[in-house]
Design a binder for this molecule. Structure first.
Ligand SMILES: [Zn+2]
Length: 441
């Protein structure tokens, strides 16, 4: 007797990102109670199961849902506001003034919705977000039904939402308490960076991450001057300094990590700290190049992130995969230093491992959560198809995403969002840009 299941994806090309990078042609994926219960040749799966709903996936590639491991989602509302500037000038003269003027609960609600639908429609099923009012973002995300790891940036100076570092820490603690029961959302502690947080604040953040057993994310060694500043003030590199303060652990992921030495890499490896690579943002702000080939060779976990849309300028993880797969080749003048498989791994398993979620998500394997993305290959730029990993890393785009499934539930179907009204969200963004236009910062 065939076993009754919730959902069957029938006849896809499954790119599993399991430890052997298995690819199954004409695959069937059986999903029940939010999990993958079988993934095999379609003919076998069809015989073994009877599904309440079947998605016919001819000419579609199935991949694990992508994990955008470092972003600032609400910054989509500042997309294209100020470009072609150095990081410090961009932040201090444009982004921070705009944030202090506009960021409030309504802004977060509308901007996070826009970011979430942009990510969903381009194949991201989980993202890690460092931004203000994550409690407001959480309400929105529960409705949209995307998964997220959320944290409020902790800073030494007042922010649009907290007057002091102590208030920031209190907000972080409140968020951890409030997201305890959520199946899709998780809280994290997010000290902004070694140069914007005092050693006391960094230590307290690390303690909170350990006490509550939640991830910690921090910007680290994004620009050269940051590292030089820490060296001159503390007598050691940013990485060594954070290690000294016990900020680096297996719960920690560090975004950017462009300016590090061989010794720093050894420290990261020893601490089991993950690195989140943000190649498009780093290229656009000309901040530096993360030594990804060396990190991967050393067995350090590397995830991939878009960073905020204001420095990218989109949240399409396929763009990030493509850029990561290309950037290191030209940087090292060697096309073999990073492969299509490694780039896809970073965008899936790498992100999952960085947050300790690799038993649940990141690959298409039995017993994992059914977070699955189907790409439509019936397009001129996706034929012929010789190697699925190459096609995904070098030819595919977010706009090729046709179906998105999270915890076994279809969230995007035939490119349409089922959980929210896209047109309304787009119109709100247009209205915001009208309000902001004409104001010079
Ligand atoms: Zn960032």
């Amino acid at each position: 007797m065939p076993k009754q299941i919730d959902l069957l994806i029938s006849g896809c090309l499954a790119v599993t990102v399991d430890k052997n990078f298995s690819v199954i042609e004409n695959a069937g994926i059986a999903i029940d109670d939010g999990k993958i219960v079988d993934i095999e040749k379609n003919e076998d799966v069809i015989k073994a199961y009877r599904a309440r709903k079947t998605v016919s996936a001819k000419n579609k590639i199935a991949i694990p849902g992508l994990i955008n491991a470092h972003t600032h989602a609400a910054m989509v509302y500042f997309r294209g506001l100020a470009d072609d500037l150095p990081l410090k000038e961009w932040l201090e003269n444009h982004i921070w003034p705009a944030e202090s003027r506009y960021v409030n609960a309504e802004f977060i609600r509308n901007a996070v919705k826009l970011a979430a639908i942009e990510m969903l429609k381009s194949g991201t099923t989980t993202f890690c977000d460092m931004y203000f009012l994550p409690n407001v973002a959480a309400e929105v995300l529960e409705d949209v039904k995307i998964k997220a790891i959320l944290g409020v940036p902790l800073l030494d100076f007042p922010t649009p939402v907290s007057k002091s570092p102590e208030e920031g820490l209190k907000n972080a603690q409140k968020l951890i308490e409030s997201l305890k029961g959520s199946s899709r959302l998780m809280a994290a502690v997010m000290p902004h960076s070694p140069y914007t947080c005092s050693s006391g604040l960094l230590k307290q953040a690390a303690e909170m991450s350990k006490e509550y057993d939640v991830p910690l994310q921090i910007h680290l060694a994004e620009e050269k001057w940051e590292n030089e500043k820490i060296i001159s003030e503390k007598g050691m590199t940013s990485v060594a300094y954070l290690n000294d303060l016990t900020v680096l652990s297996e719960k920690t992921s560090a975004a950017h990590v462009n300016w590090i030495s061989r010794e720093d890499m050894e420290i990261l490896k020893e601490a089991k700290t993950g690195v989140i690579h943000n190649p498009q943002s780093n290229m656009k702000l000309a901040t530096g190049i993360c030594p990804v080939p060396d990190l991967l060779k050393m067995g350090i976990t590397v995830g991939l992130g878009t960073d905020g849309a204001a420095s990218n300028n989109d949240l399409d993880m396929f763009g990030e995969i493509q850029t990561a797969a290309r950037l290191h080749k030209i940087a090292r003048k060697d096309p073999t230093v990073i492969s299509a498989k490694q780039a896809l791994w970073m965008a899936t398993m790498g992100g999952a491992k960085s947050f300790g979620l690799d038993k649940e998500i990141g690959s298409l394997e039995i017993n994992k959560k059914a977070d699955i993305v189907l790409l439509d290959t019936n397009k001129p730029h996706l034929v012929p198809l010789y190697d699925a990993h190459s096609q995904l890393a070098y030819s595919a785009k977010g706009s090729d995403v046709d179906t998105v499934i999270i915890d076994g539930k279809i969230i995007v179907e035939n490119c349409n969002l089922l959980t929210c009204n896209e047109e309304k969200i787009l119109n709100k963004a247009r209205l915001f840009s009208k309000k902001l236009k004409g104001i010079t910062f």
